[in-house]
Design a protein around this ligand. Structure first.
Ligand code: SF4
Ligand code: SF4
Length: 409
């Protein structure tokens, strides 16, 4: 596609990157077939092709309005379009650049700004979020139904975390909302890896990976979170004490894997970001398949592969293989490439579209009559369990329970 970027962006790093991406798009529209928002809304401007057109116009200096911003806001950043695109268009990166430009040129109203500022302030602060969640749990019985559904009925316990005893060590990201919503996930990961000869460690003083604020379009603040996390991990990385940095939430994993390009223009952090990204692994990449004892037929599980795992990290089939090896029966899932509607803060900002996508996703997950749904991302887990008929768990908790029966530690 021919582009003629406007003066305000042409000679910037973002402008050059956007131009290179735009030129790859041949406007064929293959991506519309797998775009969840196009399927729900049926408007070409809510498809990847339409949004690319809107961003091209904005970057070329055409006037933009709140309507342009709304079409970009409605994008889930699920990146299903990247998986489908035959031309290798890096839509996810383009929409980061496009959103920053459009928001600057068509500012939000005060109410919208306030809502987003509150989310950007509260969610990445684990202590604040934990306190708010505890209060929410106490008040749950008297809260209005839509809010009540978002809050788990009782606080979850983390469970035993094995003391470090192995020469092989890996770091794990604690995350921001996960320690409050589902502390059992990282503890289960620590127990599983401990059985396979790896001690899992959480570095103190770590917080959000940066995804939350970055995708709310507080991109500078998001990059600050990334730098803070790099600083917290760096001493152990520099001393060569750890062989990988493990993410139990695929939404964080895709972000940490992309620290290198996201901090490429930061001279102070560029090299460290590259090193951190090279060490970043999703949990399924470090749980050795062959070491899992083959199991007899167990519970029937429907695996919801998060977009950040299958599209963002391009990892497919690895979790399913590990569950199947442990003896779980995987029920088939139709349209597994489509987003469940969670998408970070999307479900809070666009509840109707998110709710429709969740209903469709749960229909496809539950039509194979599973005993439970497994996922690999805290956002999807929290979103799906608000309306699922069966329990929704992180896959590592299922594997941990299966191993406990077969491999007492
Ligand atoms: S993003 Fe890819 S699939 Fe979509 S219109 Fe452009 S070239 Fe075609
Ligand atoms: S990222 Fe997802 S929602 Fe956004 S345009 Fe691509 S397929 Fe559609």
């Amino acid at each position: 596609m021919q582009t003629q970027l406007a003066d305000f962006i042409r000679d910037t790093a973002e402008g050059r990157e956007a131009e290179e991406i735009l030129r790859k798009c041949v406007h064929c529209g293959f991506c519309t077939a797998t775009c969840p928002t196009y399927q729900v809304l049926g408007d070409d401007l809510d498809s990847p092709r339409g949004r690319i057109y809107l961003m091209k116009r904005a970057l070329e200096g055409a006037s933009v309005s709140g309507k342009t911003r709304l079409h970009l806001d409605r994008c889930l950043t699920c990146r299903a379009c990247e998986t489908t695109c035959p031309s290798g268009v890096r839509y996810g990166r383009l929409v980061d650049i496009g959103r920053a430009v459009v928001e600057e040129r068509a500012p939000r109203n005060a109410r919208d700004r306030m809502k987003r500022a509150m989310l950007a302030f509260s969610l990445p602060r684990t202590a604040l979020f934990t306190a708010a969640l505890r209060l929410g749990t106490l008040l749950r019985p008297v809260l209005p139904a839509p809010l009540r559904k978002k809050i788990p009925p009782r606080a979850e316990r983390a469970g035993h975390w094995p003391a470090p005893r192995h020469a092989r060590k890996m770091l794990v990201l604690a995350g921001c909302v996960q320690p409050a919503l589902a502390p059992a996930i990282n503890a289960a990961a620590a127990r599983v890896l401990d059985r396979f000869g790896v001690s899992l460690l959480e570095a103190s003083g770590t917080g959000c990976c940066g995804a939350l604020r970055f995708h709310l379009n507080y991109q500078d603040a998001g990059r600050d979170d990334m730098r803070a996390l790099i600083d917290a991990w760096w001493p152990m990385v520099e001393r060569g004490e750890i062989e990988a940095i493990v993410m139990t939430a695929s939404g964080c994993g895709v972000t940490v894997k992309e620290y290198a390009p996201l901090l490429a223009n930061d001279e102070r952090y560029r090299d460290r970001a590259l090193r951190i990204s090279s060490l970043a692994k999703d949990l399924c990449e470090v749980v050795p398949l062959d070491a899992i004892p083959a199991g007899a037929a167990g519970a029937r599980v429907a695996f919801q592969s998060p977009c950040t795992l299958q599209h963002g990290q391009q990892i497919r089939g690895m979790v399913e293989a590990r569950l199947a090896r442990a003896g779980f029966e995987l029920s088939p899932v139709r349209d597994g490439h489509l987003c469940c509607g969670s998408a970070g803060t999307y479900s809070l900002l666009h509840p109707q579209i998110a709710g429709e996508l969740r209903s469709r996703k749960l229909d496809t997950l539950q039509e194979g009559m599973p005993d439970c749904i497994a996922t690999a991302n805290i956002g999807c887990l929290s979103h799906l369990r608000q309306a699922a008929r069966v329990p929704v768990r992180h896959w590592i908790e299922l594997l941990d329970e299966a191993l406990r029966r077969k491999m007492p530690s």
